[in-house]
Design a protein around this ligand. Structure first.
Ligand SMILES: Cc1ncc(COP(=O)(O)O)c(C=O)c1O
Length: 395
């Protein structure tokens, strides 16, 4: 049973992952390691698929309803507003194909944001004879100020994230949400790098769609993501016309009695193939563990680790975004010269990070402990990126 009331500080949770001691994994923003319980659930799913005579028709729906409800709890949304989808691009396509944009209007995206939240808007702008505008920050400016500065009555849609996936820089979503309302612009969010790792409460943000990948901070498998669609948009046209989205589909005997009526709420936007006996139980276990930890406790536990990693990177002569304007779990370090060669150097020491453009991206999560952090410091020191002080310790 999930205990969401637990408040004790979280220490390293490395024991719940299968990460050899020789590996320091700082790359959750690229792909989370699977929890052992999620891996077991996937393996059990494969075994179950080998014995289909044991599968009941109710099994096609049960796990997806549990997953829907667990995800909704993590993000403080209503389960009826949640649809389960295969990817962020799918959720963005749902929003792009339903939101209205008139010729000459503008769609705003942030410079450098993830392509699954850019390509659908490029197409939408082209098809609507609208303009896609990329927001850049001026020196010292926050993303929030840059977005508000770009907003005017011509903006139809703002499609952004809260945590920038390159360097962890933050957007104040409550402020942007209000500013969008003031000019009647729709707000579409990719909260892939927020949900599960930061405390997110959708009740303070009035978004038209919120899309979240399942395989990063939600510790799930590829092929599973989520979209929150508020009730006012439950009449949107789904991407697919599949049988599981229709009312009465639980009754397999009546499958050929076609229905025009959708299942309740945002379920009409679920992807076809929802009854995935392997992915769904994996997601169920991962989301249950996240809720048992609690997103707020996760965020609090990561903060000191993030601070140490940030200090190590800065001591090594790299430039990192200020902790006041960026997330603790995703740190972008600039100024390495060739970031790819630094990333390769770290990988040769079994320390895994990633690179986007010229930014070395270091993710910090509950699998990282003191030993990982001091190994990172030593490896940067050995590379003589700068002068490293790696004496900090986490609880
Ligand atoms: C910000 C962001 N959005 C979305 C995704 C995944 O997109 P998709 O599910 O379309 O592959 C990622 C993957 O790393 C990401 O970093």
């Amino acid at each position: 049973m999930v205990d969401t009331k637990e408040t004790k500080p979280l220490g390293s949770q490395r024991h719940l992952f299968d990460i050899p001691r020789s590996i320091s994994y700082f790359n959750g923003a690229y792909m989370a390691p699977l929890l052992k319980c999620a891996r077991r659930a996937g393996q059990d799913g494969v075994t179950r698929k080998s014995a289909p005579w044991c599968v009941q028709s109710s099994d096609f729906f049960e796990d997806s309803e549990i997953v829907r409800s667990l995800f909704a709890q993590i993000i403080a949304a209503k389960p009826d507003d949640v649809a389960i989808i295969p990817s962020v691009s799918y959720g963005m396509e749902l929003a792009a194909s339903n939101l209205r944009v008139k010729p000459g209007q503008r769609i705003l995206v942030l410079a450098g944001q993830f392509p699954s939240n850019v390509y659908p808007w490029q197409r939408k702008a082209k098809e609507s004879q609208a303009r896609l505008d990329t927001i850049n920050r001026k020196d010292g400016e926050s993303w929030t100020d840059a977005i508000v500065r770009a907003l005017d009555a011509q903006v139809a849609i703002v499609a952004i994230s809260e945590v920038h996936e390159i360097d962890g820089s933050l957007v104040d979503l409550a402020r942007v949400s209000l500013a969008c309302k003031a000019v009647k612009a729709a707000l579409v969010l990719d909260l892939t790098h927020s949900v599960g790792v930061r405390s997110v409460d959708l009740r303070s943000i009035d978004a038209d769609a919120v899309v979240v990948s399942g395989y990063t901070w939600l510790l799930g498998p590829h092929g599973q993501a989520y979209v929150v669609v508020p009730e006012r948009h439950h009449t949107w046209r789904p991407i697919e016309c599949h049988w599981m989205a229709r009312q009465g589909s639980e009754d397999f005997v009546r499958l050929a009695t076609y229905s025009d009526v959708y299942r309740v709420g945002a379920r009409r936007f679920d992807y076809g193939g929802l009854a995935n006996f392997i992915l769904m139980p994996m997601a169920r276990e991962a989301l249950s563990q996240i809720l048992a930890w609690g997103p707020e406790r996760i965020e609090r536990a990561i903060a000191p680790r993030g601070h140490m990693v940030r200090t190590i990177l800065a001591d090594a002569g790299l430039r990192v975004e200020s902790s006041a304007t960026s997330a603790s779990h995703l740190i972008g370090a600039r100024g390495a010269g060739d970031a790819s060669s630094l990333c390769e150097h770290l990988a040769s020491k079994q320390i895994f990070t990633s690179v986007i453009g010229d930014v070395l991206r270091v993710s910090v999560y509950l699998n990282n402990d003191n030993e990982d952090i001091s190994r990172l410091g030593q490896a940067l020191h050995a590379k003589q990126v700068g002068c490293v002080k790696s004496s900090q310790r986490v609880a």
